[in-house]
Write a protein that binds this ligand. Sequence first.
Ligand code: ARG
Length: 458
Amino acid sequence: MSKLWGGRFTKPTNQLVEEYTSSIGFDQKLALQDIKGSLAHVEMLAHCDIISNEEKNQIIRGLHTIQGKIENDDVEYSVADEDIHMNIEKLLIEEIGPVGGKLHTGRSRNDQVATDMHLYLREKTEAIIELVEKVQTALLGQAESNVETILPGYTHLQRAQPISFAHHVLAYFWMFERDKDRLQDSLKRINWSPLGAAALAGTPYPIDRQMSADLLGFEKVYPNSLDAVSDRDFILEFLSIASIMITHISRLSEELILWSSEEFNFVELDDEFCTGSSIMPQKKNPDVPELLRGKTGRIYGNLMGLLTLLKGLPLAYNKDMQEDKEGMFDTVDTLEGALALLAPMLDSMEVKAGEMKKAVKEDYSNATDIADYLAVKGMPFRQAHEVIGKIVLYAIQEGRYLLDLSLEEYQQFSELFEADIYDKLAPEHVVAARNSEGGTGFEQVHVQIKTAKEHLYE
Ligand code: ARG
């Protein structure tokens, strides 16, 4: 009987059960975190005189050897040893003999797996924060080169008012800033140490949980051993943040897809980030943003999966919880992949300022400004709105735009119109006029860029 827990059993495990219950196929991703946790645990055991220094040194040497093998891809895991924790313990005993069996004193796989995942998610959260910053840098770069690039701003996907392109991309900068904030905040809770909670109830050994927590860089020890081994909130929180973030990525992707269509023709994605059609030679497809948009579903799915997994579980550990990992790994990989692509794609994107300008000239998005013009001259805004509605209808029926109407035509609608109306209607003026805090006015956009830089670089 070679199982680490084989003592109580009289028959070997059914082969199908062994395969079905094993998690080594995916939790081997936690190998290095598992070793890190064990190193801290064994230091603590020796410090508390639960094992001798000699034993500690042997175990540490053994763990280092195994770590080296893992890093060189030189280990063979076995399904029979179920998961990464027992695989490593098995390897350790093979490496240093029975003394390796002392490693598992005063802990259980339940606090061990929770510790591994806290460590894993901390590393990944920090890495993702850096990737988000690269996307923000790319957005900021496009904003800085396009403060004076004007395009139609939309509501209901109808042209509404002209805006600065910088303003548009900076909207995404702030979404990612909030995502980053959420990630940073979540680190507070990721940094709780479950180690030493043991199976569920703590341990009779005189362990020092604060010491192992300190060694692992955790800020706090879970005050309740049951909670420590059954809490997966930190993963739920990560998946929630990831879901919000991929929503932002998906919305941005949707805009890139629209903008790079011939109908909009506002941007051109670099050839490097597009693919062709096997049948239609003229095509250049925005596959990358389409796929980013498409990846959204699996991250939402991972969040829903874990919420559902946990909702009916009694305390403390249940084997169901082994299902918490793949969705987390998949979300990390999906998000890292998305962010790593997004930054260079945004960087290399060509912004077609001329086409955007043309679109602004061929619309009625300056209509609000004529209303404001009359309002400034004393007409109540509601009444001015009515007048301009009539002017817009007249222009549409004539097949002309607002800047094309003559002063005489304007004056037929209101005597308040004077020659200065044409300056007021020029897109540059329309944009510049929106100089209220956080508005698209050029001056405000410059202020916003400065604030964005402070957030990113300070
Ligand atoms: N492979 C298990 C998991 O990922 C580790 C914890 C197992 N604990 C237990 N009591 N069976 O959840």
